[in-house]
Write a protein that binds this ligand. Structure first.
Ligand code: AMP
Length: 120
């Protein structure tokens, strides 16, 4: 576990069921739920169940099983939301330059409309 991980972050509270979320799908190592402030008609967040701060932390320190279950759940959400053919965008923000607000690794899955260019 990363000792810099902040257990008070909001996704940590969701994982402990201290606050609720609108669950989409889950598996043994990951949880998918709706973003509270959607930026597109489809905006799902996918998070690992264990404590990883960001993509780098997860990829460096996650087990092969956690990593494969995580990306499998992302793919399952694509299918669940019917965006595998229409298209989508997966984003992960990290650190200061990435403007990451919640310090628990997550990817945003966005779709349901043409999302425009990646960065304005
Ligand atoms: P990021 O800037 O990549 O850390 O994104 C954090 C995301 O978490 C934002 O899109 C927020 O709208 C979303 N968010 C914050 N609190 C909640 C919550 N309680 N339930 C669902 N999504 C949330």
């Amino acid at each position: 576990m990363n000792n810099k991980y902040d257990k008070t972050n909001i996704f940590s509270k969701i994982l402990r069921s201290e606050i609720s979320c609108q669950k989409v799908l889950e598996n043994d190592h990951a949880l998918a739920f709706l973003d509270i402030n959607p930026q597109a008609p489809i905006h799902v967040l996918i998070i690992p169940r264990n404590e990883y701060i960001d993509f780098h932390d997860f990829t460096e320190n996650g087990s092969s099983q956690e990593i494969s279950y995580f990306w499998k759940l992302v793919n399952d959400v694509l299918k669940n939301k019917n965006v595998s053919e229409s298209g989508f965008r997966i984003i992960t923000n990290s650190g200061l330059d990435g403007n990451q607000d919640v310090p628990h690794f997550h990817v945003h899955l966005l779709g349901g409309k043409n999302l425009g260019r990646m960065i304005n």
